[in-house]
Ligand binder design. Structure first.
Ligand SMILES: Cc1cc2nc3c(=O)[nH]c(=O)nc-3n(C[C@H](O)[C@H](O)[C@H](O)COP(=O)(O)O)c2cc1C
Length: 181
C-alpha cells in the first residue's frame, strides 16, 4: 500500500488538496493507497505524555506506516521548514521500524518562490538519518495558491503531469526495492 501523509494539521490546508489528488493518481495507476490526514490527530497528540501513552489515533496511523510499501509526503513550507505537527508526528512513531528501509517520496508546496525546497530537504535529512530510501525525483510547487484551491483542486495541467510522472517512477522505485509486487 502507498500511504500519503498530508503534512500539516492546519484546518482547510492545501496539503489536503494535493493529498486527495495524489490518492486518485496512485489509484488510477492500480495501487492501493490511503491518506493519513494530520488534521485528524486529536489534541492529546500534543500532550507531554503522548510519547509514552500513545493516543489511539497515533496507534492507528502507526499501523498504516508500518504496512506501507512506500510513503508519499506532501509538506507545506512553514517558516522555512516543515510544520511542527509533522515533526511531532514523526517523533511519536516507533523507532526504528517506521522508516528503516522504507521508500519515501516528496511533494513540497509553498506560497513563496522556493516551492518548499527547504522543508523537503529538511525531511530528506531526517529520513536519511533514519535509513529510509529517499526517492530523488521531488516535486516543488511555488506560488501554490495560483495552481490549487479547495473549489477546483489542482488546476495546472503541467503540474498534474509532473505529479503523475513522479508517481509512476515512485512505483517503479518501490518495486525495484522489492517493496511492491
Ligand atoms: C505558519 C505558516 C508559516 C508559513 N511560512 C512560509 C514560509 O516560510 N515560506 C513560504 O513560502 N510560505 C510560507 N507559508 C505559506 C504556506 O507555505 C502556504 O500557504 C501553503 O499553502 C500552506 O500549506 P497548507 O495550506 O497545507 O497549510 C506559511 C504558512 C503558514 C500557515
Amino acid at each position: 500500500m502507498i500511504v500519503i501523509i498530508s503534512g500539516t494539521n492546519r484546518e482547510g490546508s492545501l496539503s489536503s488538496v494535493f493529498s486527495n489528488a495524489l490518492n486518485e493518481l496512485y489509484q488510477e495507476k492500480g495501487m492501493d493507497s490511503k491518506i493519513l490526514e494530520l488534521s485528524h490527530l486529536p489534541t492529546e497528540t500534543f500532550s507531554p505524555n503522548a510519547y509514552t501513552e500513545k493516543p489511539p489515533a497515533i496507534l492507528e496511523f502507526t499501523k498504516d506506516i508500518l504496512n506501507a510499501s512506500g510513503l508519499v509526503i506532501v509538506v507545506p513550507e512553514y517558516n522555512g521548514s516543515m510544520p511542527g505537527a509533522l515533526k511531532l508526528f514523526i517523533d511519536l512513531l516507533p523507532y526504528p521500524d517506521s522508516f528503516e528501509g522504507r521508500p519515501i517520496c516528496y511533494i513540497g508546496i509553498a506560497s513563496g518562490q522556493f516551492g518548499a525546497l527547504r522543508p523537503v530537504e529538511h525531511l530528506q535529512q531526517v529520513f536519511g538519518y533514519r535509513n529510509a530510501y529517499n526517492f530523488p525525483k521531488r516535486v516543488f510547487v511555488p506560488a501554490v495558491h495560483n495552481v490549487a484551491s479547495h473549489e477546483n483542486g489542482i488546476t495546472d495541467i503541467d503540474l498534474l503531469g509532473r505529479l503523475s510522472d513522479q508517481a509512476e517512477q515512485f512505483i517503479q522505485f518501490c518495486r525495484s526495492l522489492g517493496k511492491l509486487l
